[in-house]
Design a protein around this ligand. Structure first.
Ligand code: MN
Length: 346
């Protein structure tokens, strides 16, 4: 949780910001965090950050393009030093709200909020924190989406369920809600929509900033047609890849699935495989030929994966205790797999 004092401070930042730019992670938690804050203040532009794990200096051009007077960074574990240098040069206030393990040194001029630094290290998605700040009942559904996309059934979930019983499934298992309910489907649609061309993403943001109810998101209309098309396209590919991965499943604790192609969805595949095989250690490797994006899911997976990439040249990544993402060179993939098998047992 954020403290009362932190909530008050962030509200003051939002009120002072006349033309804020919100940089957010390209998943549903990041997107819903942005939507909650933007819809609360009623102003500001959103920028999906595709660089991972950090916000890189290249994005600073957006600050200039929008002539922003305030920067908010949401759901990103890292921000590059160069980005902060640019901020410092023009003296623009920066507010950073996150829930990942702290990875970078935070400059003094940045207002940084992360409940991991407060007492009580509970896991709360950024959308949960943003809902704590805004507290708008009519936007509670957005907070629910951000939370379930980040694997938490929030404590305000029953309140949401009362209001939209038809969008829920009767389960306390968050993955079940994500994969089987209508509200979970919205989380998946948003997730797919962000993996589109920039012009289409901008159109989706415009739609979501104004939309009144979750039903308007679920129902295909002229305003959200591209978003739905993107979802159908990605979901179709995901179904095929999941079927392929299932065929490779055996009795071992370790599920390794490698794929290539034009769609970077290793995190989504790993998440779904974890739902289907909760007792296994899951590794999904998206091999582009030069680099490999690796998503891992499972007990203490972060420690295992970070250990397995030790000594690899140009390897980067991080994440949560049970969900991790790293990038390595293709040439290191075999060694990575061997090491992981060594840790998990074949
Ligand atoms: Mn998050």
């Amino acid at each position: 949780m954020l403290t009362k004092k932190q909530v008050k401070e962030i509200k003051e930042h939002l009120e002072r910001a006349q033309n804020p730019v919100f940089f957010f992670d390209n998943d549903s938690d990041g997107l819903c965090s942005f939507l909650l804050l933007q819809r609360y203040v009623g102003r500001g532009k959103g920028v999906v950050v595709k660089s991972s794990p950090g916000l890189i200096a290249d994005y600073f051009r957006k600050v200039k393009e929008f002539e922003a007077d305030y920067i908010f960074v949401l759901d990103k574990p890292e921000v590059s030093e160069e980005f902060f240098e640019e901020c410092h040069k023009i003296n623009i206030p920066v507010v950073w709200i996150d829930h990942h393990e702290v990875q970078t040194k935070i400059p003094d001029f940045v207002s940084y909020y992360n409940p991991l630094l407060n007492k009580g290290k509970s896991y709360l998605p950024t959308a949960y924190l943003c809902n704590q700040i805004t507290g708008k009942k009519e936007d509670l559904w957005l907070a629910v989406i951000g939370c379930i996309a980040d694997h938490l059934l929030p404590d305000f979930y029953s309140e949401f369920e009362k209001r939209y019983p038809d969008l829920m499934v009767s389960s306390k298992d968050v993955e079940e809600v994500y994969y089987k309910s209508q509200i979970g489907k919205i989380a998946q649609i948003m997730n797919a929509g962000m993996k589109d061309r920039t012009t289409n993403v901008i159109q989706m943001l415009k739609f979501l900033i104004k939309v009144k109810t979750p039903y308007e998101v679920l129902e295909e209309s002229s305003e959200n047609r591209l978003m739905h098309e993107r979802f159908k396209h990605i979901d179709g590919k995901q179904r095929k890849l999941i079927e392929k991965a299932k065929r490779g499943v055996d009795d071992s604790k370790f599920l390794f699935f490698e794929y290539s192609g034009d769609l970077s969805i290793s995190a989504d595949l790993a998440g779904e495989l974890k739902y289907l095989y909760p007792d296994k250690i899951i590794i999904v490797a998206y091999n582009t030929g030069a680099k490999v994006n690796i998503s891992g899911r499972g007990k203490k997976i972060r420690d295992k994966v970070l250990k397995a990439i030790e000594g690899f040249e140009n390897a980067t990544g991080g994440g949560h205790e049970e969900a991790v993402g790293v990038k390595i060179k293709s040439g290191d993939l075999e060694e990575f797999r061997n090491r992981m098998e060594g840790f998990v047992g074949k």
